[in-house]
Ligand binder design. Structure first.
Ligand code: GRF
Length: 217
């Protein structure tokens, strides 16, 4: 496990919700959150970025923004349960109000969900419950649907099965391939994720059965 604390850490203000963002890839959703979080009216601030692998663009984006980072790799642990517990410990160091999975490509186990369940938000590049899993864009194209999109959801123990917060649609063009379609999905996914993370930070989140409700009761 590696930690980096930059010279100019970005502490949450007393009023802003503390976001810990987990990443595995290019970090475009992270970049969108970072573009929003300096505005005090947004109500949330990224206080740490944690990855399951090193050498990814998302970590560079975090470092460039002066955000503390950590890498917790599965390969450094005896088994997935030990990794799960280590990620939970690392996230807990930053006392998050909300955990955002922004292109994080691992499933959590009982330890992590037991500690943070109900305050983990994920984004998926398809209209759930269609095309869950690691290849939502490819699977939608292969199936031949004409409309796909993205889903922002609360994480539960399943694979992309948690209560849905918001969805946005994207039309599939005849000449789309996985890369072109994913780029257009990301263009709607980023503002949707930013909007709903902010809404939760400002208004709170509760889950009733299949329904994720944002706003104080
Ligand atoms: C997003 O489309 C996300 O839904 C999917 O992977 C992509 C991550 O993109 N799971 P980025 O790393 O935020 O650029």
């Amino acid at each position: 496990m590696t930690h980096e604390t930059p010279q100019r850490p970005a502490p949450a203000t007393r009023e802003s919700g503390r976001l810990v963002v987990l990443v595995s890839g290019t970090g475009s959703n992270l970049a969108a959150l970072l573009a929003a979080h300096d505005d005090p009216a947004y109500g949330a601030r990224v206080v740490a970025v944690i990855a399951d692998r090193g050498n990814i663009r998302a970590l560079d984006i975090a470092r460039e923004a002066g955000i503390p980072t950590a890498v917790v790799s599965v390969k450094d642990f005896d088994d997935r349960a030990a990794w799960d517990a280590a990620v939970a410990e690392t996230v807990a160091v930053f006392s998050p109000d909300l955990i955002v999975l922004a292109g994080f490509m691992k499933l959590f186990g009982a330890t992590f969900l037991g500690r943070f369940g109900g305050r983990i938000v994920n984004t998926h590049p398809a209209l759930l419950p269609s095309f869950p899993g690691a290849h939502g864009v490819r699977d939608a194209l292969a199936y031949g649907v004409k409309v796909t999109g993205c889903t922002v959801m609360v994480v539960d123990e399943g694979i992309d099965t948690g209560p849905i917060l918001a969805q946005a649609t994207v039309a599939i063009e005849p000449d789309d391939d996985e890369a072109t379609l994913h780029e257009r999905i990301k263009a709607v996914e980023q503002p949707l994720l930013v909007e709903w993370v902010g809404r939760i930070a400002r208004g709170g989140l509760r889950v009733e059965g299949r329904h994720a409700i944002v706003g104080r009761a």
